[in-house]
Design a protein around this ligand. Structure first.
Ligand SMILES: Cc1cc2nc3c(=O)[nH]c(=O)nc-3n(C[C@H](O)[C@H](O)[C@H](O)COP(=O)(O)OP(=O)(O)OC[C@H]3O[C@@H](n4cnc5c(N)ncnc54)[C@H](O)[C@@H]3O)c2cc1C
Length: 273
């Protein structure tokens, strides 16, 4: 049962207290994440000076369980001191009971300190999944994200691109500080080969001279994402049919996007992850 103590207290848009248990679909084994269980750290990789990738695998016997985390949902990590924070798996391997998350170092952050003290083979408790997002096949999607929050939208993109039955177009806008801080750069570049993916990366620092550092046809803009970019994207997607907006980022980023969109999009078309 979910109780008040399962809430991390950060005022997440999708709080664990509002989450209904997932439908069992064709797999009637209980979701391993439906209660706190321990997951071993099987891989740790420093991706950037402040961002580390962790691979977790369920430690206990999993014959009667399955691992289900829908795209756009997050899971709750609980420390030994019972601190709780949400994280967004960007990769889930159901058959191996594995998932991967990116962790951004928050200077002096409580959970950051706990995670930094973990080593390969250590186990950590997770529970979930938490979220309401559900993509409708053949509905176009406009995505706005920044920094490590790209992890939340990563599986939304791959699940659409990998589904032959889904002709949704994706208008993807990701913001990072500079070229060196771009996450999933190769993936975004390769997604741009798909007919239905239109991805742009905005670099907030600007002023970098990087033309010779870009890949062939890499869509990187050396400036911040502006209100007029958002308006233009919305006008473009509106003109071609049914669509939804997906936002993943800090409260400040979310407010900027929502204010820029204004009244041009119905509130129920906007999904905040
Ligand atoms: C839906 C969702 C998904 C998320 N997914 C991810 C993810 O995939 N990866 C990821 O890295 N993060 C993710 N986060 C953020 C994550 O949950 C944590 O908030 C983050 O790791 C920081 O936690 P912390 O305990 O280390 O920091 P906290 O202790 O909560 O502190 C946060 C910041 O506030 C500052 N601070 C704390 N107390 C004070 C104070 N008294 N005065 C001034 N400043 C203070 C700290 O220095 C720190 O920089 C997600 C958040 C949400 C809502």
């Amino acid at each position: 049962m979910i109780t008040e103590s399962d809430c991390c207290g950060n005022g997440c848009t999708n709080c664990i207290l509002d989450t209904k248990p997932l439908q069992e679909e064709d797999d009637n084994r209980p979701n391993a994440l439906s209660i706190y269980r321990k997951y071993n750290i099987v891989k740790i990789l420093d991706l950037k000076p402040n961002i580390t990738k962790y691979t977790f695998q369920l430690t206990e016997n999993c014959d009667n369980l399955s691992l289900r985390i829908p795209p756009g949902h997050h899971i709750m990590m609980r420390s030994t001191e019972l601190l709780i924070r949400p994280y967004s798996p960007f990769s889930v391997t159901t058959a191996d009971f594995e998932f991967e998350i990116l962790v951004n170092d928050c200077p002096n952050g409580e959970m950051t300190k706990y995670i930094k003290g973990l080593n390969l083979g250590d186990s950590v408790e997770f529970r979930g999944p938490v979220g309401k997002y559900q993509h409708k096949v053949n509905r176009n999607v406009v995505i706005f994200t920044h920094g490590v929050a790209i992890a939340s939208v990563f599986r939304i993109v791959t699940s659409i691109l990998e589904n032959q039955e889904d002709d949704s177009r994706i208008y993807f806008n990701a913001c990072f500080q500079d070229l060196e801080h771009i996450l999933f750069r190769n993936e975004i570049h390769s997604w741009n080969q798909f007919w239905n993916f239109d991805g742009l990366i905005y670099l907030s620092k600007g002023g970098q001279d990087f033309k010779d550092k870009l890949k062939y046809k890499e869509a990187v803009l050396n400036r911040r994402l502006l209100e007029e970019d958002i308006e233009r994207t919305i006008l473009k997607v509106k003109a071609i049919g049914d669509f939804e907006v997906v936002l993943s980022g800090s409260k400040g980023f979310e407010n900027f996007i929502v204010n820029s969109i204004g009244n041009s999009v119905d509130k129920d078309q906007i999904n905040v992850l």
